[in-house]
Design a protein around this ligand. Structure first.
Ligand code: CA
Length: 229
């Protein structure tokens, strides 16, 4: 497994390299966003660990440019503050996960394993349909009325989860556990989840008369044809 670390702080970059190499990952370190951006385009990585606070173009800008160019390599963001805005912005921009500094190394390794597993096992040939919404899980595309809907990796996972459970109400706790893989967080993820669902809904339902993604007040969310709430 080939991992790119984009981190300007030398001590942190060194610690990451040593820790990851000790866990048998092959590691490449970039000390600026520009260098990281260049490397991601130049060679394939299985995963990118991207620090948000970088001189010049910061982590958000790098991530946003990558996703706009269709580069779907899983990205784990390192944020230096536990600011909810940073996390929401990171996930909205297309990060697959984030860790707040300082973090425990075993937690980083656990997150990496989850992301790498997710990237390794796409469900082959799974195509999901609801009304005029269609999702191809293996090829990772979504259309509504035949028009492509551009989703970030997180939005894609979220929609897939709602699809698999369509007609059933999905709670924020379920999403936190199964999509965000958070079981024992001090701060609830509700705001992050609500922001992400709102964004997904704008993309899916925004211009359409018939709404498919509904909020069930006080309970959660449901993907279904009729609004029975
Ligand atoms: Ca930094």
């Amino acid at each position: 497994m080939h991992i790119l670390v984009v981190e300007d702080e030398l001590k942190m970059a060194k610690a990451l390299r040593e820790g990851l190499e000790a866990d048998d990952y092959s590691v490449h370190v970039a000390h600026t966003g520009e260098e990281g951006f260049y490397l991601i385009q130049a060679e394939p990585f299985d995963l990118v660990i991207l620090d948000v606070m970088l001189p010049g173009h910061d982590g958000f800008e790098i991530l946003s440019t990558l996703r706009k160019r269709g580069i779907r390599t899983p990205v784990l963001l390192l944020t230096s503050r536990d600011a909810i805005e940073d996390r929401v912005r990171g996930l909205d921009t297309g990060a697959d996960d984030y860790l707040v500094k300082p973090f425990a190394f075993p937690e980083l390794l656990a997150r990496l394993r989850v992301l790498l597993r997710r990237g390794k096992q796409p469900d082959e040939g799974e195509r999901l349909r609801l009304a005029d919404l269609e999702m191809d899980v293996a090829q990772r595309w979504v259309t509504r009325s035949g028009q492509p809907v551009e989703l970030t990796p997180r939005e894609f996972d979220l929609l897939r989860y709602l699809f698999v459970n369509h007609g059933r109400v999905v709670s924020r706790e379920m999403l936190a556990r199964d999509i965000w893989k958070e079981t024992a967080r001090q701060t609830p993820l509700d705001n992050v989840i609500d922001a992400q669902v709102a964004r997904l809904r704008r993309k899916l339902d925004g211009q359409f008369e018939r709404k498919l993604l509904h909020t069930v007040r006080g309970v959660g969310f449901v993907l279904r044809e009729q609004d029975e709430a």
